[in-house]
Design a protein around this ligand. Structure first.
Ligand code: SAM
Length: 269
């Protein structure tokens, strides 16, 4: 059995123990593989680790094998699905994640040609929701968003522009102090004048106002989130069907445990 992009091999270790099978976990991170080896030795299971790049065409996949991939990101699960039939895999169980990763330009379907264009940003929408975040993390996220929008309001006044410009990542620690400190750090980094202390309250208020608007608009986006995710998963499923597998697509757990809960199971016919 192959545990594709398995990290420390938690899934592989579980299957090796429960199903009494030999498992090879493949991952590109040597430190994760080293930890995984220790965990496997302690658990006394037959599991080895191969440090390899799963996107390369010669990464180990053998005829008749069963491959599992839990939360393998976009290019990593697509590499497995595309190589399944040519490698002669007997079975696959794939739980996709981060569909947008590895997309350059528009999404290139693995099954049928697409009549419309799905960009990497569109595919990212399939995985943007906060289901497992704690209330404290949600409050922090809201505040980061509001403060960035407060800064954006100020930058637009300063630049006399009215388009939103993307930010380089903002260190999380910057939003743990006061709004005034945040604005000073951002203004220096983005090379705009620091607002006067007397303007800060109004800029913060406008940031929060825009944050609420953005959240209301995102309700519309979220209506399309799950259908888009299911469509992306169906593209993988149809490719496997075309390649000679009997395929099932189903939800394997509640979304509060993990929102990436679609499982594609394929068995060579
Ligand atoms: C989201 S984690 C999933 C890990 C594991 N399957 C699990 O559920 O705990 C994705 C894994 O892919 C690995 N990875 C990233 N790029 C890779 C590549 N090009 N080839 C192989 N593994 C890769 C990362 O090191 C990471 O362990």
């Amino acid at each position: 059995m192959i545990d594709w992009c398995g990290g420390k091999g938690h899934l592989g270790r579980l299957l090796a123990r429960q199903w009494k099978v030999a498992v090879t976990t493949v991952d590109s991170d040597p430190a994760l593989c080293a930890d995984g080896r220790d965990l496997a030795a302690r658990a006394g299971v037959e599991q080895d680790f191969v440090v390899a790049d799963a996107t390369l065409p010669d990464t180990c996949l053998d005829r008749g094998q069963h491959a599992v991939a839990l939360h393998a990101c976009g290019h990593l699960h697509r590499a497995l699905v595309a190589r399944a039939a040519p490698s002669g895999l007997g079975a696959l169980d794939v739980v996709p994640c981060c569909y947008h990763l590895g997309i350059e330009g528009n999404y290139r379907t693995l099954s049928r040609p697409l009549l419309t264009a799905v960009s990497g940003d569109d595919a990212r929408m399939a995985v943007t929701e906060a289901v497992t975040a704690a209330p404290r993390q949600l409050r922090q996220r809201d505040r980061e968003m509001a403060w960035k929008l407060g800064f954006d309001t100020w930058r637009r006044l300063h630049d006399d522009s009215d388009g939103y410009r993307r930010f380089r990542p903002v260190p999380a620690a910057w939003s743990r102090g006061s709004f005034g400190e945040f604005m000073q750090l951002m203004a220096r980094r983005e090379k705009v004048a620091v607002p006067a202390a007397s303007d800060m309250d109004e800029l913060e208020r406008r940031g929060w106002q825009r944050q609420r608007e953005v959240m209301r608009l995102s309700i519309v986006r979220h209506a399309f989130r799950r259908p888009l995710e299911v469509w992306l998963a169906l593209d993988l499923a149809v490719r496997l069907e075309d390649d000679g597998y009997a395929v099932q697509l189903r939800r394997f757990c509640e979304r509060r445990l993990t929102p990436r809960n679609l499982l594609i199971s394929a068995r060579l016919r």
